[in-house]
Design a protein around this ligand. Sequence first.
Ligand SMILES: *[C@@H]1O[C@H](CO)[C@@H](O)[C@H](O)[C@H]1NC(C)=O
Ligand SMILES: *[C@@H]1O[C@H](CO)[C@@H](O)[C@H](O)[C@H]1NC(C)=O
Length: 391
Amino acid sequence: MAKFITFLGKFLIFLIAVQLCPAAAYNVVSYGARGDGKTDSTAALLRTWRAACNSATPASVSIPQGTFLVRSISFTGPCRNRIHFEISGTIVAPDNYNVIGNSEFWILFYRVSRLTVIGGTIDAKGSNLWSCRRGRYNSCPFGARSISFQSCSNILVYGLKSFNSQRVHIGINQSSNINLQNLRITAPSGSPNTDGIHIESSRGVTITSSTIRTGDDCISVGPGAMNIWMEHIGCGPGHGISVGSLGNSYNEQGVQNVTVTNSVFTKTQNGVRVKSWARPGGGYAKNLVFRNLFMRNVGNPIIIDQEYCPDNQCPHQSSGVKVSQVTYRNIKGTSSTQAAITFRCSSTNPCSGIKLQDIRLTYINTLRSPTLAYCQNAQVSRSGSVFPRSC
Ligand SMILES: *[C@@H]1O[C@H](CO)[C@@H](O)[C@H](O)[C@H]1NC(C)=O
Ligand SMILES: *[C@@H]1O[C@H](CO)[C@@H](O)[C@H](O)[C@H]1NC(C)=O
């Protein structure tokens, strides 16, 4: 009983302390934002951010219900305290794609740490830019990423929905300890370059419990990425989850320690892919683990492609990227092509330490024709039951 009373006393003191030191609240509407879908709220959001970022106590920014029109905006740090950024409403880009299309980003967090972004919807309205690209490619703007984290650390993004990016939906560059959870990323299957999440030059990125449907890679892990964890991802439509593309520049950083687990791929062009351009260079991809994956009608469920050539304008040399220590374990389901497993490795840097364990991938079209495994310059070992078994 005495113990309980002591506990109660401590709890009351805790409650009083919380009351005395609440997070300072910054509502964008108080700073002039209008949730009418028409008023440009960019300047108001910037004013709100500056106030929150200067707060002497932890700050809470809120974007309430409503539709807030925002042009390219950078939320720049470092900030004095941690920031909780809560989005209840929707942030939309202008209808005219040129307004954000020549900037690399639409919403940028730069040099921010200890930030939590909760909920909300963002819609970059990329469809007119996609049409432009399909038509007269040269005169269209390059396109903006919807959300970028550049030089950030200790970030949690939870429950965000992102629609119709002009380019990548979420970009992570030169950052560390980034947690993305319960995201929903959506763009039509034919939309060009609408990757879900692109990571590069970053370490400690975890993506969990997220659904990604796009016209390009659901997630791409580029040069300089390390300690990347992806779990409970629903991917598709899209091009699958990729390490790469690598080997685009000569002095490129490598990729290491990447795990994809407990995930499902539905009607994607690829499942788990490693891709590098066929040109000399010094990059690498090592310690990759792909396990407990289910493939539903997937084009190339397991593929390493070191002759990556998306548009027929390719170097046709031998890739300098070294791929090693790649484990595939417990991968089941159906392939929409006969080539369920493809290891097209570099002749000058053969793939080494490729392990296949408990694989069962069947061909969706005709149950009678078996799937095939295709290997080139790859050192592959098998354990458990592996089907297709060739190579
Ligand atoms: C990542 O950051 C570096 C340094 O600022 C920059 O040169 C590079 O273009 C960025 N990459 C992307 C994909 O934004
Ligand atoms: C690999 O990355 C995971 C996080 O994704 C981390 O927990 C683990 O410690 C890393 N392993 C090594 C050997 O660095």
